[in-house]
Design a binder for this molecule. Structure first.
Ligand SMILES: [Zn+2]
Ligand SMILES: [Zn+2]
Length: 129
């Protein structure tokens, strides 16, 4: 199965093939700072990502172990990958075209969760990765 997606201004577009590893919501402070809230991401093998538009895609090295891909025009938060040379691409699920046919599987880094919301969906929670 091929799923497509992109940012709000469509300067970045992509296709991913196959089903991702379990989609999780990450509550770490870095996802909050870049996405504006917690980030729901799903992982595909990096080789399964094809960019169909990339004119406004840029990468920000957010830590020693991660880079984040975003749109320089609309600010959309689309991807992150492990550094150096991670073999997976983590895709922000809100950028996938609907319907995704996917379900959230759980929550990670709940120990870093912001104080203005609760996690109440009954899904598994992990303090870290
Ligand atoms: Zn954009
Ligand atoms: Zn995170």
């Amino acid at each position: 199965m091929i799923r497509s997606g992109g940012c709000l201004c469509v300067g970045v577009g992509y296709e991913v093939t196959g089903d991702p590893a379990q989609p999780v919501a990450c509550h770490c402070s870095q996802c909050a700072r870049t996405s504006g809230n917690y980030a729901v991401m799903a992982a595909w093998p990096a080789s399964e990502l094809v960019l169909t538009a990339s004119e406004s895609l840029a990468w920000f090295r957010s830590s020693d172990s991660a880079s984040r891909g975003f749109c320089t025009r609309c600010g959309g938060n689309l991807f992150w990958r492990e550094e150096p040379e991670g073999d997976k691409i983590y895709v922000a699920m809100g950028t996938l075209d609907q319907p995704t046919g996917l379900r959230l599987a759980g929550h990670i880094f709940v120990g870093s969760k912001a104080d203005y919301y609760e996690i109440a969906d009954g899904l598994p929670q992990k303090p870290g990765w």
